[in-house]
Every structure is written in C-alpha cells, then in structure tokens.
Design a protein around this ligand. Sequence first.
Ligand code: NAD
Ligand code: MG
Length: 400
Amino acid sequence: MSAMRRVTVLGSTGSIGCSTLDVIARHPDRYAVHGLSAYSRMDKLAEQALASRAAVVVVPDTAARTAFQQAWPSGVTPPEIRVGVQALADTAAESGTDSVMAAIVGAAGLPAALAAARAGKRVLLANKEALVAAGSVFMRAVRENGAELLPIDSEHNAIFQCLPHGGRAGAPSAPAPGVRRLILTASGGPFRLRRWQDLADITPDEACAHPNWSMGRKISVDSATMVNKGLEVIEAHWLFAMPPERIEVLVHPQSVVHSMVEYADGSVLAQLGQPDMRTPIAYGLGFPARLESGVSPLDLASRGRLDFEAAEPGRYPCLDLAFQALRAGQGACIAFNAANEVAVAAFLAGRLRYTAIAECIESALSWQAGQASATLDSLESVLALDQAVREQASRAEAVS
Ligand code: NAD
Ligand code: MG
C-alpha cells in the first residue's frame, strides 16, 4: 500500500462531511485528516478536530474562531485555526493535503473546490452546485492541472463505476466510446405520488422528510422539488461530456439502483447498493482500490422488488426547467442554481411557498435570457453572474 493520504474535508460538519470522517476513521493506517471546515456548529467542529487530530480548521469569521476556542478542551494543543473564504481555498490547495472532499453546500463551495482542482489534488466532489455554476471552468482546471475528479453524488459515482476509466479519474472531453445514454435514477422524493399544483402548502419539515436518504436540509428540499435531479443532469453533462439529449431520468422509488449506463450493443450496466453515502465516499477515497465503508450488505431477496417509472415531461416542472437551462447554456445554469438557492433559503425560513420555488427559477431564467451574454470562462465572471441573479431573485422574492 502506498503512503498515507492526507485528506481535507470542506464542510465537515454536514451530512457528507460526517459520513466522510466515519469512513476515514475506519482506516487509520491509510488516511489522516489534514484540514476540516465548517460555517456553523463550532462545538461539532471542535469535536471532529479532536477525534481526527486535524492539523488545521477553517472557520468563517472571528466570532466563529472564538466559539471554536471556547469549545476546545483545555490542556490539549489545538489545531491551527484559519479564518475566511481565502483561507478555505488556500487550505484546499496546500501541499499538506492530497485529497479534498468538497462537501460545502451551494455555490459558496465553488472557490475552494476549484482551488483544489487547480492545485492538482484528488477532488472528491459532492458539491454539485459548484459544477452546475462553473462546469467548463472547473473541468478545464481538472484537465490542465492533472487533478483527479471523483464524483461523490451517488448517481454520478454509479455512472463512473459503470464507465470504462482505466483506473484514471480525469475530465473527459468527449463521451466514453460505445456509450449510448446515461440513465440517472430519481427516487421521486416524498411527493412522488402527488401533483405539483397540489403542493402549495407543503411545510419545510414535510419537504425534508426524504423516504430513503438522510441529508442536509437544502438538498432534501431539492430532492422533493426534483431540482436536485435537474442539478444532477447538468452535473452529468459536465462530468461525462454528455449532451443533454443522451441523459435520461428514470424514477426508481427504492433508491437501490443508483444509476445506469446504456451501451451501443444494448448492454445496460448498473451500480446497486444501500442508500448510504459512505459507499460512494469510500469509492472516491480508495479509487481504484475498494475500501470497507461500514455500509451493510444489500439484501435484494428481502427487498423483493425494484420499481421504475418514466419521469414524463410536465410532471416535474423544476426538472423541465433544468433541461431548459442546460440547453440554453452556462449562464442559464448559473441562474437556475442561484435562483434555487435563494428560493430554498426563503422557503426554509418560512417566507416562500413551496411551489413558488419553481416560479422563482423560471423568472430568473427569463431574466438571464434577457441579459447581454457574458463570457463565463473565469471564476470571477461566474461569481459575478451568480451574485447578480441572487440580487434579482431576492428582490423578486421580497415582493412576492
Ligand atoms: P449539509 O447542510 O449537511 O452540510 C453543509 C456543510 O457546509 C456544513 O459543514 C456547513 O457548515 C458548510 N457550509 C454551509 N454553508 C457554507 C458557506 N457559505 N461557506 C462555507 N461552508 C458552508 O449539506 P450536505 O447534505 O452534507 O450536502 C453537501 C453537498 O453535498 C451539497 O452540495 C449536496 O448537494 C451534496 N450532496 C449531498 C448528499 C447527501 O446525502 N447529503 C448526496 C449527494 C450530494
Ligand atoms: Mg444524488
């Protein structure tokens, strides 16, 4: 076995972050923690840093630094505490780390994930919003700097496992030879059997009660609205260089088949497993080796059956809007994501109706279509449009 890998976990206190630390702790001979970061819950961050013996933690501001210091036990040497957005990107790029788990939620995670790619790290990408906002910039950074890109989102991890990759995880510039289509499975979320127009009074807690997965609140709402599947279609487009018309969504309520690849000869390869993110996380950490992840074996006999149904156009308005954005181009994808982030935050805060999330995205897409088209080939240009959409969407939300 090669040398010890030093891992940095961005967003360590979240659902993906905690699962990542769980897998790492099972392999103390192979993985050590270099850096951890969190935006809130400094007591949790301190507990994680203590248990994993992290060398560095990154916190958002000086108030968080004080809270971290207060949570740290006396008599134990603390990790180095760094503050702010630039420190986050620097920590993801520094020589003390070789694998970076990008598990911050939202486009806020983009600068640090991109910094890791530019520094040629192994990037374990959970933060799908980063790729949706900056697909071309991010994939170019991976390609030009010899970074490794391992998709952690379960669908993309499944597809990656079903594609030929020769033990190398890079950034393809054309679809893999012989592949006809990618088939992304979707559970359909908690409201699969209800019509969108009947969902106006859904509360945040109802939207966050996902039938199969336990996740952060933002992605849980995204799963209910199917925005999540829309983000994943855009993510698949970038990760696998696949045109939109060769990406299909298939509803599969049990979340056992995590996605599939259809080949020209009619073969369909699928990856199956428990709905537990420790499987794709362990795959990304160990690639190409397979690691024990703590996930219990899949018992298909006791599951009995697996169901599939078409995701018909018109059934899930947010999924249709994502395909529309992907066909329209990168500016529209930025608008789709940023408007959704604003709308979901407002919905979770009790300020916006559930079904208004789709309206907010739709109006951001029309607004963006009316703007002069900008060249989106740098981090700065992506963040400028992202910010402009957020301002526009926040104003629209405030008057709705
Ligand atoms: P979460 O809300 O549980 O955790 C988010 C983490 O990011 C926390 O550590 C938080 O402190 C940090 N954070 C939040 N806002 C931040 C900011 N502005 N700046 C810096 N740090 C910030 O989220 P999660 O469910 O773990 O999801 C993380 C990412 O992984 C998301 O992009 C999500 O779409 C993706 N993902 C999650 C799952 C899952 O099962 N949870 C599955 C697939 C993909
Ligand atoms: Mg997913």
